[in-house]
Design a protein around this ligand. Structure first.
Ligand code: ADP
Ligand code: ZN
Length: 609
């Protein structure tokens, strides 16, 4: 256990908070609503905090925990996260521990004793543990500095992370009315927010809602044409040696893709619910502890992964909803450094997802809602304007200007007037009785003479051959966009037959014009290479610093990012500190880390000249 920091004697809470930020964490200033939240807790008030992943939620309760009397209790549902946080705090010299089912009775007792002797600043506890009689007894005795309820959306029965134990946390308020409470979540949707406030009795708490924008993430959505070579190009050209996640829809595809990436020389590991628990743990461990590991996963992977330096999230299959897309891509770039969200999709994805949806359990109403959500996701894929504006709009936020950091902003999409083509396509669907799939419809439009055409007598239709001006690829694009915009739907019961939707009438009657995306002919070759490294950085020094970090981390059995984040190494690279004072001034270097690591890193800087 580390020596305690002297409780800050500064009487002015603003100055005390800022001093702690600088001294303990080594950061210069607060971000977004952090300061206001900390002041709210220091004044004894409650807070409900909605902040995106990577927004800096932990500091909001860690600093008050250090400044208020007593030990702060942090409720957290995920054992891996607790361990991570405690390791990170210990590195800073903060006295932190956790109590959960992984501990032996002796270890638990030792922690209790430390707590009783006022030797803890923060104690992380699993929710079911908190409400055990023994724990409540201790809490009565040792008034906590505050209660922090992390991942607070776990109280929501609508979400997929619902935890029965979380419901009981509402009693904290009645039992300990004088202890400030802070609930934190990254879940953006309004219904969940309300539910959290109501279930945790935080209606009177001050609500702090940070912007959900993640400006460092660059969004890119492309058409699937040869997904493997598209992915390969992305990884080779832009993500050399970077850690990232590749999401696939099925376990089979996860395994195939991981194996294939391995043959291409990547350190790629599969992760899905069908793998034995020890394999999953091992793969997750490697992802956290080693540099440059790619995890290929189903959505089972991610919750509870706090790795700050994930540089990209790639989707080889279309996510089912915008929420899922945002949550999954949000795992990139928690450290605020540039990161990429990359997705390829095609009509086949839409057909597959609709099929899964129709075969799923659940009421018709539920299916209809899911259908709606899938349509919104498709809309996001097909838009020709700024992706970030649409994404944020989806979560009720307005971004006044296009972002300049998404594919549509960086490479504006050309559109063409597809009204006439849309009319032809829709009328081909109508004339053939809404019983055929895309390929046959394209044959009709292009006047292709084959058996299926003759068997169905389609060469006599008025639409036969009217669409020869466009090639098959272009027609595919037209149909895909008509489906994405809800003019057509795919009937899975009839092998992917396209069916007219109500809104198609407006197009057929010429009441609306249809602007369609011009699909790029070839992939853009001159994408700016995005890596964390600024151009001018000395690669030899950078690698030497990473080596040093890896060694120090291995010695202590912790992930490298807990020693220092990339951002800190980068600053070392560009500032080349020569003295302890210069080293201490670098962002992310607090007092303890300076004492512990200055020597090793200064030696590296001195060596690599
Ligand atoms: P969240 O829990 O909201 O996902 P974290 O609390 O893990 O986010 O913070 C994300 C990263 O940002 C961490 O590496 C953290 O150290 C860093 N960070 C938080 N607040 C600040 C700040 N005021 N200045 C610089 N870095 C910060
Ligand atoms: Zn944009």
């Amino acid at each position: 256990m580390s020596e305690p920091f002297a409780k800050c004697s500064e009487a002015n809470p603003q100055i005390a908070a800022l001093n702690t930020l600088r001294q303990v964490f080594g950061y210069e200033s607060f971000r977004g609503p952090q300061e206001a939240i900390i002041q709210q807790l220091l004044a004894g008030g409650d807070a409900l905090v909605i902040m995106p992943t990577g927004g800096g939620k932990s500091l909001c309760y860690q600093i008050p925990a250090l400044l208020r009397e007593g030990c702060a209790i942090v409720v957290s549902p995920l054992i891996a996260l607790m361990q991570d946080q405690v390791e990170a705090l210990e590195q800073l010299g903060v006295r932190a521990a956790y109590l959960n089912s992984t501990l032996s009775p002796e270890a638990s007792n030792a922690i209790e004793t430390a707590w009783l002797n006022d030797q803890l600043d923060l104690l992380y506890v699993a929710p079911e543990r908190l409400l055990q009689p023994r724990m409540l007894e201790l809490l009565e005795q040792l008034t906590p500095a505050l209660f922090a309820i992390d991942e607070a959306h776990c109280v929501s029965q609508w979400g997929h992370d619902f935890r029965e134990d979380y419901l009981l946390l509402s009693t904290l308020h009645e039992r300990f009315p004088a202890v400030p409470r802070i609930a934190l979540t990254a879940t953006a949707d309004g219904r969940t927010r309300q539910e959290i406030a109501q279930r945790l009795k935080l209606e009177d708490a001050e609500h702090f809602i940070a912007s959900f924008d993640r400006p460092n993430i660059s969004y890119r959505i492309a058409l699937k044409d040869n997904p493997r070579s598209q992915l390969l190009r992305f990884l080779r050209d832009e993500q050399q040696n970077n850690a990232g996640i590749v999401y696939c829809l099925s376990r089979k595809r996860v395994e195939e893709t991981a194996r294939w990436l391995q043959t291409q020389g990547f350190n790629a590991l599969p992760y899905h619910a069908g793998l034995p628990a020890h394999t999953r743990e091992e793969h997750q461990r490697q992802f956290l502890r080693n540099d440059g590991v790619i995890i290929v996963a189903t959505i089972a992977f991610g919750m509870g992964i706090d790795k700050p330096d994930v540089r990209f999230v790639a989707h080889l299959d279309l996510p089912k909803t915008v929420e899922a897309y945002y949550q999954e891509t949000g795992r990139a770039g928690r450290d605020g450094e540039p990161a990429d969200a990359w997705l390829v999709y095609g009509l086949q994805d839409v057909i597959m997802l609709r099929q899964m949806l129709q075969q799923s359990q659940g009421t018709d109403r539920h299916k209809q809602e899911e259908q709606h959500r899938l349509n919104a996701m498709l809309g996001l894929c097909e838009i020709t304007t700024c992706r970030r504006q649409t994404l944020l709009g989806y979560f009720g936020e307005t971004l006044p200007e296009p972002c300049g950091n998404c594919d549509n902003c960086l490479n504006p999409v050309e559109t063409w007037d597809g009204t006439e083509a849309a009319q032809m396509a829709l009328s081909a669907v109508y004339r053939t009785g809404q019983r055929f799939g895309v390929n046959h419809l394209i044959d009709v439009l292009r006047g292709t003479e084959n058996d299926k055409i003759f068997q169905n007598d389609h060469h006599h239709l008025p639409t036969f051959g009217v669409g020869q001006a466009l090639d098959a690829k272009r027609w595919r694009s037209v149909f895909r966009q008509l489906v994405a915009r809800g003019y057509l739907s795919v009937d899975m019961a009839r092998f992917g037959a396209l069916v007219l939707q109500h809104s198609a009438r407006e197009v057929l009657r010429g009441e609306v014009t249809v602007a369609l995306r011009q699909d790029p002919k070839t992939r853009r070759g001159n994408q700016t290479t995005k890596t964390v490294l600024p151009e001018h950085i000395d690669i030899a020094l950078w690698e030497a610093l990473r080596d040093c970090r890896r060694r120090l981390a291995e010695d202590q059995g912790i992930p490298p990012y807990i020693v220092f984040h990339d951002r800190t190494l980068q600053e070392i690279c560009s500032l080349r500190p020569k003295t302890i004072e210069e080293f201490a001034a670098i962002s992310g270097v607090g007092e303890r880390k300076c004492a512990k690591y200055a020597e090793a890193f200064l030696a590296v800087v001195a060596q690599v000249e």
